[in-house]
Each structure stands twice: as structure tokens, then as C-alpha cells.
Write a protein that binds this ligand. Structure first.
Ligand code: AMP
Ligand code: MG
Length: 444
């Protein structure tokens, strides 16, 4: 028996499969000249992130967020009949004959200001002074504005009649209790913030702004505001560019700034940031160069996918789920360092991921149509994301012209552009007058 038992145990141990190293789900196969298409890469990244869990947000924080509950009013708005003007609350019968040449004098028995309550009813043959927003007492049927009176204090002379309801805002005429104000999934606009406050709501269930940590890598980088001291130094524009773009997309941004091309510094900085990030975005270090260290050290920190995408600019791309614990991994998008490549990569991949984390659809910027004013040349084999200026022609039709050259270092041209022009891998030339797809960069 003991022998049998021991043998059995050995057999079981031998049959145990090697635990597989965790890795990302299989990425999509290359589809364009051995490269991954932009859409495939974006869909892959989107499949690896989930919307952030919602929680109760203070109303003011909720602006721009996606609601995770229906919002119903529990009160009427207005909550009580109130005056729309400063004037005198009257019974209509008392002023029925009032006119410029036939004024009516009535005693003023009191004054009601906004915020007053517990009002005695208005007796026949009397009026009460009333301010805008003040509750209308029982018995009062109309408000004669100051302009139709001599503004008297003890007695008032009234020169105009009033029909029932004149200058009275009725209880519930705006919103009645039980009305559905907003639907789950709606984005909270400033007007909605005002409405919800108006019905007494101070918190809503919404997905939070993703906390996006932005890091630039490169030993050549200098923090703006400091002098450039060495020959090959440049200012770090990408951490600002990406942080600003992430903020415009709705994120709460932490710009870490620059990290040199030192493996330990890169690892340490990224590890330190995980705790406060829903998404990490880095620039630089993902190409084929000797100092492209993001690509070489990141696999030590989590599950990664480095690839080449059939797009220009923005060909080298990296993605990771960073962190040791499977339940606690933070998505990271690693974009190339040339500023135009970084920005185009942001538009293509980072912005959709931020929107998915926020639960705001559509994740992808809708492409719109603009007509080329001049012929546009493209390079076959890759999706070109050229910078363009879109304007409306005399007939209100949207037209587009490319701005500047193809170089992915041309930041001046990028800043002048207001659109990205998408020229498909098949496109060689778009003749003047023909439509092209554009992404309008209206929100920054
Ligand atoms: P990399 O992707 O690191 O090979 O960088 C490509 C090019 O972009 C190089 O010319 C870098 O100097 C430049 N670059 C990288 N990072 C930044 C940055 N944060 N700001 C401006 N230019 C950068
Ligand atoms: Mg670099």
C-alpha cells in the first residue's frame, strides 16, 4: 500500500503541467504588409480595458462624466406658485377696470420677499407688495409689475388690469415630481448640473475621470523653463502635449515629466506611479534604437505587446498591463517620441482608451468628410494621418488642405492644424475636389 501510494503520487507530480507564464491575449494578426492595422490595434487595446467602476460623485465633479443611473426629480419645479416680477399681488376683480386714465387705488397690506413663507391669504380689496421669486399668497391671482403702478407703499395706484395667472410662475410648470431628467449613459453637461442642483440633488453615480499618468523618456530631454545646456538637448514637449490632450479627453492628469534612458530609472518611475494610475502613457523608447529602453525593460514589469502598426506617423507602438498582481494591473500605452507621432498615437489609441475607461461612447472619434482644395499625395501601404486645416467654403461645404510636411517632428505645423486627414493604405493621390476622411480636433 505505501509503495503503491508513493508511486501514485510520483505519477501525479509528473503529470502536473508547467504553470504557464501569464501573457496578454493573442494580438490580432498582421493584415497590411506584415503590419497590424490601426483599427486592429485599437480594437485590441479596447478589448483589454474595462470602464472604471462608478461611484457617487459630487455634482460639480460630475460634469463631463457618464451617468450610471437614471436621474428622477423628487420635487416640483417651481416648488410653489411664485412671482415672475417685482410688483403687487392682486385679486383680478379688484383691478379689472384699471387703466392709464382710470387708475385704481388699493391698500398695500404687506410685503413678501423671496424666501418668505407662512403667508396669510390676500383679502379682497387689498394688495401685497411682492418680489421676484417670492411665493404668491392664497387668493392672489395676478402680479401687476411696478411699471403698471405708482410704486406706492401704503396705498398703491394701479394703472393696468391683470388676468388670472399674469406674472405668476406655477408650481410644477417646469418639472413635475417623478419626471425623468437624465438617463443612464447620458453625459452630464453644465446645464444638467444646474438642473440637478435645482431639484436638490448633490451627488450622482457616475464613472470617474480616469487618472492618467504621463511620462516622457529620453536622456536628451530638458524640462521647459530651464536652459538648454548641452548641444543635443531639447525641451520635453510630449509630456505636456499628451497631458493636455488627455485632459481635453476628460482625464485627470498627472504629468510626471521626463525620465532619462536609464533602465532602472524607467522601471522605478513606472513602478512608483502605478498606485495612482488608471492608465499610464509614456512617450519615446519604443523604436529600434539602442536606447529605446521602454521596449526592453517594460516586459519585466508586466504583460506587454510591442508591435508595428501600418500607420504613419506612429508605426512603433507598445501596450502593457503593468504590475505584478493579476487583479491589479494598470494599462499602459507607449507611444513613439516624435511629437507628431506621439499626438497621432494619442488620437488613434489613447483617446479611445480614455473614453472607454470613462464609459463615454463613441470611443473612436467619428471621421467626417472634407473636400480636398488641392490634390493630396499619400504614401501607399500605410494609413497616413496627415495634418490638415479644415475650413468651410462659400457654400458652407467643409474643405481641407494639408499643412506643412510629412515630418513627424514638425510641431509648428501640428499646432496650426485643426484636423487629422486619414488617407488609407490604398491611397496614392486624392485629386482636388474629392472627399477625404478627417478627424476634427475641435476639443483640443
Ligand atoms: P524616440 O521615440 O525616443 O526614439 O524619439 C524619437 C524622436 O523624438 C527623437 O528625435 C527624440 O529626441 C524626440 N523626442 C522624444 N521624446 C520627446 C519629447 N518628450 N519631447 C520632444 N521630443 C521628443
Ligand atoms: Mg528616445
Amino acid at each position: 500500500m505505501p509503495l503503491f501510494g508513493r508511486r501514485k503520487k510520483q505519477t501525479e507530480v509528473a503529470e502536473q503541467p508547467e504553470p504557464e507564464a501569464p501573457r496578454l491575449p493573442d494580438p490580432p494578426a498582421p493584415s497590411i504588409n506584415g503590419l497590424r492595422s490601426m483599427q486592429d490595434h485599437r480594437d485590441y487595446l479596447l478589448s483589454l480595458v474595462e470602464p472604471l467602476p462608478p461611484f457617487g460623485q459630487n455634482l460639480i465633479e460630475a460634469q463631463g462624466l457618464s451617468l450610471c443611473e437614471d436621474i428622477v426629480s423628487h420635487i416640483d419645479l417651481p416648488g410653489f406658485d411664485n412671482s415672475a416680477m417685482d410688483g403687487y399681488a392682486v385679486r383680478c376683480a379688484d383691478v379689472a377696470e384699471a387703466a392709464e386714465d382710470n387708475p385704481v387705488d388699493l391698500p398695500v397690506v404687506g410685503e413678501i420677499a423671496a424666501g418668505d413663507g407662512d403667508l396669510p391669504p390676500l383679502a379682497a380689496g387689498t394688495v401685497v407688495k411682492i418680489m421676484t421669486g417670492a411665493p404668491v399668497p392664497d387668493g392672489a391671482e395676478a402680479v401687476i409689475p411696478y411699471e403698471g403702478t405708482n410704486r406706492g407703499s401704503e396705498t398703491v395706484r394701479i394703472f393696468a388690469p391683470g388676468q388670472p395667472g399674469l406674472n405668476i410662475r406655477r408650481r410644477g410648470e417646469d418639472v413635475t415630481a417623478g419626471t425623468l431628467l437624465l438617463n443612464e449613459g447620458d453625459l452630464v453637461a453644465p446645464r444638467n448640473v444646474g438642473l440637478m442642483a435645482g431639484v436638490g440633488i448633490d451627488k450622482v453615480l457616475a464613472r470617474p475621470r480616469p487618472r492618467v499618468v504621463v511620462i516622457s523618456t529620453g536622456s536628451e530631454l530638458v524640462q521647459p523653463g530651464n536652459p538648454l545646456t548641452g548641444g543635443g538637448q531639447i525641451y520635453d514637449s510630449n509630456s505636456y502635449l499628451l497631458a493636455a490632450a488627455a485632459k481635453a479627453a476628460g482625464a485627470q492628469v498627472y504629468r510626471v515629466g521626463l525620465v532619462s534612458d536609464d533602465p532602472d530609472e524607467i522601471k522605478q518611475t513606472i513602478s512608483d506611479q502605478l498606485v495612482r494610475a488608471d492608465l499610464l502613457v509614456s512617450s519615446g523608447g519604443v523604436s529600434q534604437g539602442d536606447y529605446d529602453l521602454v521596449k526592453s525593460v517594460l516586459p519585466e514589469l508586466g504583460l506587454t505587446d510591442f508591435t508595428e502598426v501600418a500607420m504613419q506617423p506612429g508605426k512603433p507602438q507598445g501596450f502593457g498591463l503593468i504590475g505584478e498582481h493579476p487583479d491589479d494591473r494598470v494599462p499602459m500605452i507607449m507611444v513613439p517620441g516624435n511629437p507628431v507621432s506621439a499626438f497621432v498615437s494619442f488620437e488613434a489609441f489613447v483617446r479611445p482608451v480614455i473614453r472607454k475607461l470613462m464609459g463615454v461612447e463613441p470611443y473612436v472619434r467619428p471621421s467626417e468628410r472634407a473636400f480636398a482644395t488641392k490634390a493630396i499625395r499619400s504614401v501607399k501601404g500605410k494609413l497616413q494621418l496627415a495634418r490638415g486645416i479644415v475650413t468651410a467654403d462659400a457654400g458652407g461645404r467643409r474643405t481641407v488642405e494639408l499643412v506643412g510636411g510629412h515630418g513627424s517632428h514638425l510641431m509648428g505645423d501640428l499646432a496650426r492644424a485643426n484636423a487629422l486627414v486619414l488617407l488609407g493604405p490604398e491611397t496614392e493621390v486624392v485629386p482636388a475636389g474629392q472627399p477625404v476622411a478627417v478627424w476634427m480636433l475641435a476639443d483640443g
